[in-house]
Design a binder for this molecule. Sequence first.
Ligand SMILES: O=C(O)CCC(=O)C(=O)O
Ligand SMILES: [Fe+2]
Length: 342
Amino acid sequence: MATTLSEAYRDTPLQLKHIIPLDFDSIHYLPESHVWTESVDLLSVDESDVPIIDLHAPDAVELVGNACRKWGMFQVINHGVPRSLLGDAESHVRRLFGLPAHRKLQALRSPGGATGYGVARISPFFSKLMWHEGFTIMGSSLEHAKLLWPQDYEEFCSAMDNYQKQMKSLAYKILVLILKSLEAKDEKTLISTASFQQSEGALQLNSYPCCPNHNQAIGLAPHTDSLLLTILHQNDTKGLQVLRENTGWITVPPVSEALVVNIGDLLNIVSNGQFPTVYHRVVPNETRHRFSMAYFYGPPVDSTVAPLSNLGSPRYRSVTVKEYLSIKNKHLDKAIPLLKTG
Ligand SMILES: O=C(O)CCC(=O)C(=O)O
Ligand SMILES: [Fe+2]
């Protein structure tokens, strides 16, 4: 039977501190466990020229290709996702994270599990904890939504289903543009063999409450996303930053109407290293509560990903999605270098 994404994400049981977020309602200082000054360089540049691409522009393929090569990310406008749908999903996210801590803990991710309420999955790789709480959905959110709102879960589930459906179809459109920009001769083969139409997706809801002493805290530690690409909606509060060689951390400003697209590790492999995965992080804000919704899009978990054949001798070995996720779970940043062929 085909492996599901949530099976592939299940890992060895974690310590509770790597599952249970802080009770942000009752804590009004930055605990020592969350002070990052020694381990993270928090220097950042505020102005940003992250590309904003109109998906209907006649030269969209070229713009997308250039952005992937130079930035590993971009923002898209004219993407066809109705504003009302984004607003509706965001209001459900606010409602979820606005619940008191004891209610949210009803839907806590299980120690070896992949979905539900909890801290970021990358947490065990860092000695300090992050100023963040998350909620992960893979497929239906029913199981955990019922625990949060026993009488009143349907609206949340249907908003999340709609949101995922829209994101999946947008992700597919963007992927096709990206593959065209690589002049993928075997684009057709790639799409049909990996049956990207039957792709896998996961939705990660993120909340970064107002943070005392925010200059010493981190919302989400530097990381790359694992699948092909990520589509991110952020509320009107900045915090997302991307790492640029020779410049440092650059803020990706919230642009109303725009969605952020990040290249993930699997696309780095498919592009034979032409599109590097982008390192990104989130810095918390002192006075504003930030929310985001990240949709991770990838091929079916049992399918194989390899550099496209028209892009020269392969710099990475081929790997199944399942195997890649298991390597990433163990090695985080070292996962991609471990696949290098030469
Ligand atoms: O909150 C954000 O802007 C980024 C979230 C993110 O990077 C993730 O969920 O992987
Ligand atoms: Fe991310």
